[in-house]
Ligand binder design. Structure first.
Ligand code: GDP
Ligand code: IMO
Ligand code: MG
Length: 443
């Protein structure tokens, strides 16, 4: 079985959790490689809904091993809450959850700095999730961060904490007029968390190496999306980590030579939560229709998501940056009610039509999308499981999208539940995972 990376091809919330859940039974190990509890991955199993934030979605399948890789920033209190809530709901964590020693820790001053900087940013406000993810990655890069392994060495932890608290308190008080922290106020609870998490903290890169040598297959679960990537996203309106496929290597310790393929996840339309450019954003009735039908409210913050048409220019860019081998298109059913559906095929800027995603911030803000319009299918696709059952217009829409992106489509999602999934015959994913069709619940 190949080792596969799942990556968001838009601005996050593409339905990565659902797709990971559908294919997890075919992998031995599932790895989260970046981001933190800014992520919210929804998996619906029967009538039960789970929202995973730091733990890989593979945890819902007994017998799979789940890794929180070194590229993730871990808020220990939030992780423990997530673990306890899963256990209360009957999910076993025994021997199937591992946390990298090298993963950085989100400290209480990180969310404080995140919120304080956002509150003073005015028009530069990013609209972060307020979880402190940006400041935690800033500390990592500035080489003052605290890692999971440090929590297990009380003397070293205290030393690093003292340095950080001194530094952050000055920032909080003098720049942001915000409340400050004491070492003792943090040390006590964090040592308790450390005691709690100690059995899970290990050298996950070594484990992965050994398991892969022994033949285990690995699924890398992306968080956020390509357009939120620190390098390749719509900077500065991005998150602070490497959300693209390359992050799977640096965020896990698995070399690129061991990765066999990359699957991009995209909605059949597009959403974004938080600030920043969104060339195909819609207002008015159609946006409301997509938001209501797609239940487009953040799974972490509850914020209404901005909605718009799918952007083939952005998706082709995502295909290039991630080396997408194939696409999974989710939430097709949300478009069932549209009279017409549109695909952005170019950006009109200064009387020129750009067909490659531009790198300039000004263009993202000012470009006018050029659309191709396809009449809607106006029948329900909800819950369909066979490509042949899709209305002709829906198939035309998917075929055109695939053609414009230059990537084939392997999977189409027609509802939030596991079995509301179409596996496309002879597609890349069907070839990679021969047992996938039979593992999807029967019709
Ligand atoms: P993620 O962050 O990429 O895992 O995506 P989220 O979980 O934040 O957002 C996706 C939302 O769409 C979740 O509420 C899913 O349950 C839901 N969803 C996923 N696929 C489909 C689909 O095909 N149709 C519909 N209607 N909902 C879907
Ligand atoms: P999943 O994994 C959608 C967005 C925030 C904000 C920007 C920076 O569920 O797809 P941050 O708190 O990371 O500093 O915020 O990034 N953002 C997401 N948007 N889905 C996510 O994760 C996101 N994680 C961060 O809304 O615009
Ligand atoms: Mg999400």
């Amino acid at each position: 079985m190949p080792n596969i990376v799942i990556v968001g091809a838009q601005w996050g919330d593409e339905g990565k959790g659902k797709v990971v859940d559908v294919i997890t039974p075919h992998f031995d190990v599932i790895v989260r490689y970046q981001g933190g509890n800014n992520a919210g991955h929804t998996v619906v199993v029967g009538r039960e809904k789970f929202v995973l934030q730091t733990i890989p979605s593979g945890i819902l399948h007994p017998g799979r091993r789940n890794i929180i890789g070194c590229g993730v920033v871990v808020n220990p209190a939030s992780l423990i809450d997530e673990m306890e809530s899963l256990v209360r709901r009957g999910v076993s964590l025994d021997g199937n959850l591992y946390i990298s020693k090298n993963a950085h820790v989100v400290m209480p001053y990180h969310p404080a700095l995140d919120r304080a900087s956002e509150s003073k940013a005015g028009k530069h406000r990013i609209g972060t999730t307020g979880k402190g993810v940006g400041p935690a990655y800033a500390d990592k890069t500035a080489r003052v961060g605290i890692r999971m392994a440090d929590l297990l060495d009380e003397r070293l932890f205290r030393e690093k904490l003292e340095y950080n608290v001194r530094q952050k308190n000055r920032l909080l008080r003098e720049i942001y007029d915000a409340e400050s922290f004491t070492v003792e106020g943090i040390l006590g609870p964090y040592l308790r968390y450390a005691g709690w998490l100690a059995p899970y903290i290990t050298d996950t890169a070594l484990l992965l190496h050994n398991w892969m040598e022994a033949g285990s297959s690995v699924l890398f679960e992306g968080a956020q999306g390509t357009m939120l990537d620190i390098d390749h996203g719509t900077y500065p309106f991005i998150t602070s980590s490497s959300t693209t496929a390359g992050g799977a290597c640096t965020g896990s310790g698995v070399p690129p030579t061991k990765i066999d393929g990359v699957v991009g996840i995209s909605k059949a339309y597009c959403t974004r939560v938080g600030g920043g450019p969104f060339p195909t954003e819609l207002g008015g009735e159609i946006a409301d229709l997509l938001r209501t039908r797609g239940n487009e409210f953040g799974s972490v913050t509850g914020r209404p998501r901005r909605c718009g048409w799918v952007d083939a220019i952005g998706l082709r860019y995502a295909a290039r940056i991630n080396g997408l081998d194939t696409l999974a298109i989710t939430k097709l059913d949300v478009l069932d009610a549209c009279d017409t559906v549109k695909i952005c095929v170019g950006y009109n800027y200064n009387d020129e039509v750009l067909t490659d995603f531009p790198e300039e911030e000004r263009i993202w803000h000012e470009a006018e999308p050029v659309y191709e319009e396809i009449s809607g299918w106006k029948t329900s696709t909800a819950g369909l499981r066979d490509y042949e059952d899709l209305p002709t217009k829906a198939r035309e829409y998917l075929a055109r999208l695939s053609e414009l992106c230059g990537v084939g489509i392997s999977l189409v999602s027609t509802g939030p539940v596991r079995d509301e999934t179409i596996l496309v015959n002879d597609s890349t994913l069907a070839r990679w995972i021969p047992g996938l069709r039979s593992s999807l619940p029967p019709h």
